[in-house]
Ligand binder design. Structure first.
Ligand code: CP3
Length: 341
């Protein structure tokens, strides 16, 4: 049986584009909230294979998505490098902020394999339970985006702490990025060996950097990860998601060697079609707020995305993660619109 997401990643357009959603396992689902409560903490959920596998499978069961994305978080890597990571209810991640070169020097050089082992077990459990035509996608955060949380200790809107750190202490920052590159390669290879069929590299904060800094802190490290993973997993399928990269996208595609690009919702569609989809398959672009809104606005937004990208290899997805207050009925409406049933 064919896996439509893998078909697209191999450059074969599907008559009906495959569909999945970033953050498809999450708080908009009552069955997720129930398991999340049972787990106690968010990290406990990530590190308990039976529970993480269950929430990975929930959206596939409910909606018949064409891909499952491993349930975990990008911040398990700083955790495996010896940083303290917690999640505060309703607020998001908290890490002990990484202030200077001294603190960078104290980072583990290699991610602790025993921290990551349960995540590989989750992959094995999910793989064994997935329908034959559903693709299993693994992921990691790109070094730049992970570093923004490590430096600030929490989410910010402009990533000023990490940008300032990179300007003031570029050598220490480069050292941190190098450690993250190595850890990410190990982590993604571990996921492939456990059974994922493609991976996505989330660079959520790529868009806050000037072009030269974007090349240095986003493109170059991602290129190293792609090469490092493919050296150990030949032909590994890799999707890049440099959110907000805008005019930097074509250079990103050319230099990193990713197989496909996930598009945020703000990109100009003609530009993306001409400069990106002419070279690699694309995914995404639906504004998560259009999904939140539902009704005619959602139909129109989904049609516009389909009209722009479905004539060529395309995976239907959002331009970023689904919002927790999105009604389930809107997801069903979106699927009907895309699949025409
Ligand atoms: O997409 C999926 O369904 C797979 C699981 C997944 C999660 N986080 C689960 C999660 C993935 C791929 C991520 C990636 C991630 N995590 C990114 C990159 C993509 C993006 O969304 O920007 C980032 C920046 C993080 C860091 C992170 N994790 C933040 C900022 C937060 C808090 C914000 C929020 O929505 O609460 C998290 C927590 C988190 N990660 C949740 C989920 C389902 C919500 C936690 C909960 O259930 O209480």
């Amino acid at each position: 049986m064919k896996k439509s997401v893998l078909e697209v990643l191999n450059g074969h357009r599907q008559t009906v584009p495959p569909v999945w959603m970033m953050r498809q396992a999450g708080r908009y689902l009552p069955e997720y909230r129930a398991v999340r409560e049972k787990a106690g903490s968010f990290l406990k959920l990530c590190f308990t294979p039976e529970l993480a596998a269950e929430v990975t499978l929930q959206p596939v069961r409910r909606f018949g998505f064409d891909a499952a994305i491993l349930f975990s978080d990008i911040l398990v890597i700083p955790h495996a490098l010896g940083r303290t990571v917690t999640f505060v209810e309703g607020e998001g991640p908290r890490l002990d902020p990484l202030k200077d070169a001294l603190a960078v020097g104290k980072l583990k050089k290699v991610a602790d394999g025993s921290v990551l082992a349960p995540i590989y077990e989750t992959v094995r459990l999910v793989k064994a339970a997935l329908p034959a035509n559903t693709t299993l996608i693994g992921f990691c955060g790109a070094p730049w985006t992970v570093a923004t949380y490590m430096v600030a200790g929490h989410g910010t809107t402009d990533q000023a702490p990490a940008r300032l750190f990179a300007y003031q202490q570029p050598e220490a920052f480069a050292q941190m990025i190098d450690i993250l590159v190595e850890a990410s390669v190990t982590y993604l290879v571990g996921q492939f060996e456990a059974g994922v069929e493609a991976v996505q590299i989330f660079d959520t904060w790529a868009g806050v950097l000037p072009a030269d800094e974007f090349e240095r802190w986003c493109i170059a490290p991602t290129q190293k990860i792609v090469a490092g993973v493919r050296a150990r997993v030949p032909g590994a399928k890799i999707i890049g998601f440099p959110r907000g990269a805008g005019f930097g996208l074509p250079v990103y595609v050319e230099r990193t060697g990713v197989d496909a690009v996930s598009l945020d919702w703000s990109i100009d569609r003609d530009f993306a079609r001409e400069k990106i989809q002419s070279r690699v398959p694309v995914q995404g672009n639906l504004d998560p707020l259009a999904l939140r809104a539902g009704g005619a606005a959602l139909d129109r937004a989904a049609d516009n995305v389909m009209h722009a990208f479905s004539p060529k290899p395309f995976i239907f997805n959002l331009g970023h993660g689904i919002l927790p207050d999105t009604p389930i009925a809107h997801v069903e409406q979106m699927l009907k619109r895309v699949r025409g049933n």
